[in-house]
Design a protein around this ligand. Structure first.
Ligand SMILES: [Zn+2]
Ligand SMILES: [Zn+2]
Length: 419
């Protein structure tokens, strides 16, 4: 058996791993890198050498390059129905925003759908002589951990995981059983997350402070997952002022309602949606920026979307607030605002008057949860650490060696391993 790392090695972005058994080759995720205007792609694979594609979750750093495989090939794509629908939503938006740079078109996304081979958690799908199952990943609605039985070995590819439950999702199922090869994410392998309930409470408290002080609070949030979670947190905590949601997050709501099994408490989610106010268009947007309310809107890092418009208006008034609820990547307007309180207003960089705060709602396992997962494994797997900054991947591998005596390595892009 052979593993080739195509991307997402010692970095977050463009994840891709090629697992080649004696008779069957599987591509595990095939994503893009989004930190620059021109997206980056993982190392090329010849689609005709691949017998199946396994997609762990919808985020573009795992899914964004998959349509490339389907330009003129028909091979099964194994993922949950929900992940596929969310992936379509994200890739359609990606084509609209970055189509000029993309080596595939909308028609290739349609062809991808024709090859969908849906999988549910804890059910098996056979592809040639490999057998694939998914465990709950807890990272995003529909996200799974891939377990692959091939050539008598058990391979686990975590994708992105979050072992701790959130208001929206159950935590990951991290009892992986007997494992021969573990490919694990390392995003927060060196960091611990704060207690989530405390983060939730301090966020709601801040929202109250701003709105009761006569201001508007903007919460820029990713359309899939975080926007819904934030709304549920406010509802659960009986936030008694108007909360609006805008943009692609509303489309995500419709999709999630159709796949209630993947949400921790679908009734609570449905109640939240009934309580929440929808932004229907520009008339609403122009009105609510002057209202005492909370606005949840994509994009999460202020790269385009209605959040960019809201930010311009809301940042002018010291009574208002802007609350970041996810990690802000270097080079994005969100990161700039968070670090230096500077935003582009009317095309010019200006100091914002609104209060800016950051809340650590992470959708990845922290250090303890990652170690807990490894501790529970039966057997002595060979471990590969990926999907994290270089320092995280390298030190995580080192720590795994020291703590558990396992053979662990942080591969580089293009790295190949015979197993
Ligand atoms: Zn992800
Ligand atoms: Zn990721």
């Amino acid at each position: 058996m052979r593993l080739k790392f195509l991307g997402g090695t010692r970095q977050v972005g463009k994840s891709g791993v090629l697992l080649s058994g004696e008779k069957t080759s599987l591509l595990l995720d095939y994503g893009v890198m989004l930190s620059r205007e021109e997206p980056g792609f993982p190392i090329h694979v010849q689609p005709k050498l691949v017998n199946g594609v396994i997609l762990t979750h919808a985020h573009l750093d795992h899914s964004g390059a998959i349509p490339l495989i389907y330009i003129d090939e028909s091979i099964p794509l194994v993922t949950t129905n929900l992940t596929f629908e969310l992936t379509e939503l994200l890739i359609e938006d990606f084509i609209n925003l970055s189509g000029f740079y993309l080596p595939y078109e909308y028609i290739d996304l349609l062809n991808t759908r024709k090859n969908l081979n849906p999988i549910s958690f804890n059910k098996k799908v056979n592809l040639k002589d490999a057998s694939i199952s998914f465990k709950e990943g807890g990272h995003l609605p529909g996200a799974g951990i891939a377990l692959i039985e091939i050539d008598g070995k058990r391979v686990v590819y975590t994708g992105d995981i979050n072992a701790r439950k959130t208001s929206l999702l159950r935590g990951a199922d991290i009892d992986l059983g007997e494992v021969d090869i573990l490919i694990t994410e390392s995003t927060y392998a060196l960091q611990e997350h704060p207690n989530r309930e405390k983060v939730e409470k301090s966020f709601v408290e801040y929202a109250r402070e701003i709105v009761e002080g006569g201001g508007t609070l903007l919460a820029p949030a990713f359309a899939v997952g975080r926007a819904q979670e934030i709304a549920m947190v406010l509802y659960k905590e009986k936030f008694n002022h108007d909360v609006y949601m805008d943009g692609m997050a509303l489309k995500t709501n419709e999709i999630l309602l159709r796949h209630g099994d993947y949400v921790r408490d679908i009734q609570l989610f449905a109640k939240t949606l009934n309580w929440l106010k929808r932004v229907e268009g520009w008339k609403d947007r122009k009105r609510i920026v002057k209202d005492r309310c909370v606005i949840i809107s994509p994009a999460g890092m202020l790269v385009g979307g209605a959040a960019a418009f809201y930010n311009e208006k809301i940042s002018e008034n010291p009574k208002n607030g802007i609350s970041f609820v996810s990690y802000q990547v270097k080079g994005t307007p969100g990161r700039q605002l968070l670090e230096s309180k500077i935003s582009l207003i009317n095309g010019k960089p200006q100091k914002v008057k609104a209060e800016v705060r950051n809340f650590n709602f992470s959708s990845h396992s922290g250090r303890s949860e990652l170690f807990d997962m490894i501790k529970r494994i039966k057997g002595s797997p060979k471990v590969f650490t990926m999907h994290g900054e270089e320092e995280n991947c390298v030190n995580f591998a080192k720590d795994i060696k020291e703590k558990f005596g396992l053979d662990a390595v942080a591969p580089k892009a293009g790295g190949e391993y015979e197993l």
